[in-house]
Design a protein around this ligand. Structure first.
Ligand code: ADP
Ligand code: MG
Length: 301
């Protein structure tokens, strides 16, 4: 098969591992920097040019779209979809999962447990929002944030009020969330491929830090997820239409809660912590999809 990886940088661990796994399984791999694609939209004739060459005969794409490039990146993925190319993540699911509020609303509708979350467009009556969330401490999150940047812990009402005033003054979009103290600075990452948890890790924050992101100095360790945690992670990915996802859970007093669902989860932390060949699972998923399609075509004839 010819598999294109939409990635801006082929030296990144995740990109390298997917290339390696695809080549090991005998596939041709092309790295496509999606920001360098020229997309031609015309009636019934979707085309992409890359380095002056028309992209053709690609069987599947693995999008690795950076969080700050969602708009253009998802449009390129959509174009591949129009060309009939299989994508490991649909353009629609990328857009949906990058909108943190929308994702949480969808998960809530599916009866998936979440930290209680609120949003309002301005700082009017911040005190009552804090009351709705059960009081301080609270977490304030920039909707655009990733890698732990833009996540603030406010331990007192006065700290919360001043932080909220500052954010609202800057006119950025935020959400306000109940702080799950009993998770003790740790969270769980479940890596889902095609409805199955293929790897998991527990991330624990560094001393003096509440954010467990590896980018914030957190450490990843192997962990065994409970049946309830696995089921919840699988359901969360499904609710957002993601066949491949990194689902982050917090262990709370009222059971597991989904904190975030990532549509372009990194492979380095999870492969190293779990010892699993996650890149291989991704390629296997593409192969299975292809087999199903071919079988379907035969039945159709
Ligand atoms: P990002 O998208 O930047 O990774 P997250 O929502 O994942 O933002 O938050 C970053 C980290 O902050 C999490 O991995 C977790 O350790 C901590 N955190 C976030 N929300 C909560 C919460 N409601 N309760 C406890 N810890 C949280
Ligand atoms: Mg996170």
């Amino acid at each position: 098969m010819k598999i294109a990886i939409l990635s801006r940088n082929q030296s990144l661990y995740s990109t390298r591992r997917i290339i390696e796994a695809a080549e090991q399984r005998g596939h041709d791999v092309e790295i496509v920097d999606y920001l360098k694609c020229q997309v031609i939209v015309e009636k019934g004739k979707p085309i992409i040019y890359y380095h002056k060459k028309r992209l053709e005969d690609i069987d599947a794409i693995v999008p690795r779209i950076g969080a700050s490039r969602t708009f253009f990146g998802s449009a390129v993925v959509r174009q591949f979809e129009l060309m009939g190319v299989f994508s490991t993540v649909s353009s629609q699911a990328i857009v949906r999962s990058r909108d943190k509020l929308r994702s949480l609303q969808i998960l809530a509708q599916e009866h998936i447990g979440l930290p209680k979350t609120a949003f309002a467009s301005g700082p009017e009556d911040v005190a009552s929002i804090i009351r709705h969330l059960g009081g301080t401490p609270i977490i304030i999150k920039l909707l655009e944030g990733t890698q732990g940047k833009g996540v603030v812990l406010a331990e007192s009402v006065s700290a919360a009020k001043s932080a909220l005033d500052a954010f609202y003054g800057l006119r950025v979009n935020i959400m306000i969330q109940e702080y799950i103290q009993e998770a003790k600075g740790s969270d769980l990452r479940a890596f889902i491929v095609n409805g199955v948890v293929v790897g998991s890790m527990m991330r624990t924050s560094a001393e003096g830090e509440f954010r467990s992101n590896l980018h914030m100095g957190g450490t990843g360790n192997p962990v065994k997820l409970s049946a309830e945690e696995k089921k919840m992670a699988v359901n969360a990915a499904k609710a957002l239409g993601l066949k491949i996802a990194g689902v982050d859970l917090l262990r709370s007093n009222r059971g597991p809660l989904v904190m975030e669902v990532n549509s372009s989860p990194g492979l380095e932390g999870i492969e190293k912590a779990s010892g699993k060949d996650i890149a291989g699972k991704i390629i296997q998923f593409i192969e299975d999809q292809r087999t199903r399609k071919l079988k379907g075509d035969k039945v159709g004839h």
